[in-house]
Write a new protein. Structure first.
Length: 224
């Protein structure tokens, strides 16, 4: 959702139409009051904020947005007929993420919106599991042994992921067959032993982390 604060009805309607046509959801307001009321119900991804507004101007609205914990991280693009460098710098210094000088084209607006959203999108932290000298990235499927990358097959990776995600837990061969090979697998449990052996070999010195629990199955040792 993108909020557009613009007192010119024609300009605001065109902005909303263009944003909706470009795949965004957009709502418009002619003042800061409408904006803050809407923010109490739904926080937007981005705010298009005109500077020259009746009553409270865009600079004052921006200050309030940046002071409130709920809205301080929302990207804001300032838009105004004021085109001097001073006005642009003022908006950016107050915390605006970009500035559009009127009159601006709708395609330029869309380009700026997309660019700001890309820059301000929260970075996802890759989920990485580390046990001893063994490291597994659950998003990229990269496995590192003492910092060196190791190539695993899909089944080997699923086995390793199962163990590392629950260190210390004992898995029976039947459980591993169901988790890695699926409930429809009709082969022998010996398949698990063969894959565990290959996995240990590929993991080198970290292969010993996968311990055999005699008469039961396997577990990943909990390292200190």
């Amino acid at each position: 959702m993108i909020y557009c604060v613009e007192d010119d009805n024609a300009v605001r309607d065109l902005m909303i139409y263009t944003l909706n046509a470009s795949g965004f959801e957009a709502r418009g307001f002619d003042s800061g009051n409408g904006l803050f009321d809407a923010c109490r119900t739904e926080l937007p991804q981005l705010i298009m904020l005109d500077i020259m507004l009746p009553g409270e101007d865009g600079y004052s609205i921006l200050k309030k947005l940046r002071m409130q914990p709920e809205t301080k991280e929302i990207p804001v693009i300032m838009a105004s007929a004021k085109g001097t460098e001073y006005d642009k710098v003022t908006g950016l210094d107050l915390g605006a993420d970009d500035y559009l000088a009127k009159p601006f084209g709708m395609m330029e607006m869309i380009s700026r919106v997309r660019a700001v959203l890309r820059r301000t999108e929260p970075k996802k932290e890759a989920k990485i599991i580390k046990i001893g000298n063994l490291e597994l990235n659950l998003e990229t499927y990269v496995v590192l042994v003492c910092g060196e990358r190791v190539q695993l097959t899909l089944k080997e990776h699923k086995l390793l992921c199962t163990f590392m995600d629950s260190p210390g837990r004992v898995f029976t061969r039947d459980q591993l067959l169901e988790i890695v090979w699926g409930t429809d697998y009709t082969g022998e449990t010996r398949t698990v032993d063969v894959h565990i052996g290959t996995l240990r070999t590929k993991l080198g010195e970290c292969g010993s982390y996968i311990a055999t629990v005699r008469g039961v199955g396997y577990r990943m040792e909990v390292m200190g």
